[in-house]
Design a protein around this ligand. Structure first.
Ligand code: ADP
Ligand code: MG
Length: 252
């Protein structure tokens, strides 16, 4: 049974002109997908196609001018907006694309510890920092003192320490050196192997396929193709959507 189910999700934004509502900007349209326990589903799509919005909708953190319809279920239960927000970081964790999710006035170690479930938060935070090659000094730094790569590793650490059952990683690896990218991806795989359901949002088709079980091709706000990695490789030119074919041709 799927741990996370998104059914017929649509999201649009109210647009105003001179104070009057002018139109609806439709971004996500009739999107349906699901992720099983132990599974990594890669959501691959071009920039601006609505991938981050999908992540934010699942977490209940859409901006106030967004209209949302459809259902999102966790472990078979439909999630209301309130439930989704309450589950943030607890059952469902986000590795955000934007660094604005970090509190600029709080040291990184303390921020990551806030997400820890166990009593020994310091021990847990140091273990996860070790895993992501963040040294002892890093926990005492404020976000503005971190390099781009360190910031990404702190964001991943926050989700990992939460031991959430659903992890949504929104482009977690830009700006990281290849060795760390590989390690970050294998620890994302490990989260799934330990029983989490993982959504890996990326536009890097190569790294997506290296760890995912399934690929959901996202185009203009909806999934145009959902296939196992094996089928995706095998079908090639027989894939349904032109964008899927273009992705397949772009494989390394
Ligand atoms: P992706 O993550 O796939 O690159 P996003 O989910 O960030 O794309 O954005 C999808 C689209 O939604 C973009 O065209 C963006 O301009 C639009 N959008 C996002 N937030 C808002 C907002 N608050 N008001 C209006 N449009 C928005
Ligand atoms: Mg995005």
């Amino acid at each position: 049974m799927p741990l996370l189910e998104v059914d017929e999700l649509s999201i649009s934004f109210n647009q105003y002109s001179k104070g009057f509502k002018k139109s609806d900007l439709k971004v996500i349209q009739n999107l349906t997908m699901s992720i099983d326990k132990g599974e990594v589903v890669a959501v691959v799509g071009s920039s601006g196609s609505g991938k981050s919005l999908l992540a934010h909708a699942i977490l209940g953190i859409l901006p106030s001018n967004a209209n949302i319809s459809g259902t999102i279920k966790y472990d078979g239960d439909e999630l209301t907006q309130k439930k989704r927000t309450d589950m943030q970081g607890d059952e469902i964790a986000l590795v955000p694309q934007s660094v604005n999710f970090l509190d600029p006035l709080m040291k990184t170690g303390a921020q990551v510890r806030l997400a820890a479930k166990k009593k020994d938060a310091i021990g847990a935070q140091r273990r996860v920092f070790d895993q992501y090659h963040l040294d002892r000094n890093a926990e005492k730094l404020y976000p503005f003192q971190l390099s781009g790569g360190m910031t990404r590793r702190v964001l991943v650490s926050t989700a990992v320490i939460s031991e959430a059952k659903v992890i949504i990683a929104d482009e977690p690896t830009p700006g990281l050196d290849p060795v760390v990218v590989k390690e970050a991806l294998s620890s994302i795989r490990e989260l799934a192997d330990n029983g989490s359901a993982v959504m890996l949002i990326t536009h890097d088709i190569g790294s997506a396929l290296s760890i995912a079980d399934k690929i959901a091709v996202f185009y203009a706000g909806t999934t145009v193709e959902i296939a196992t990695v094996k089928d995706f490789y095998g079908k090639g030119e027989a894939l349904r959507h032109p964008y899927s074919k273009a992705l397949w041709r772009a494989l390394p």
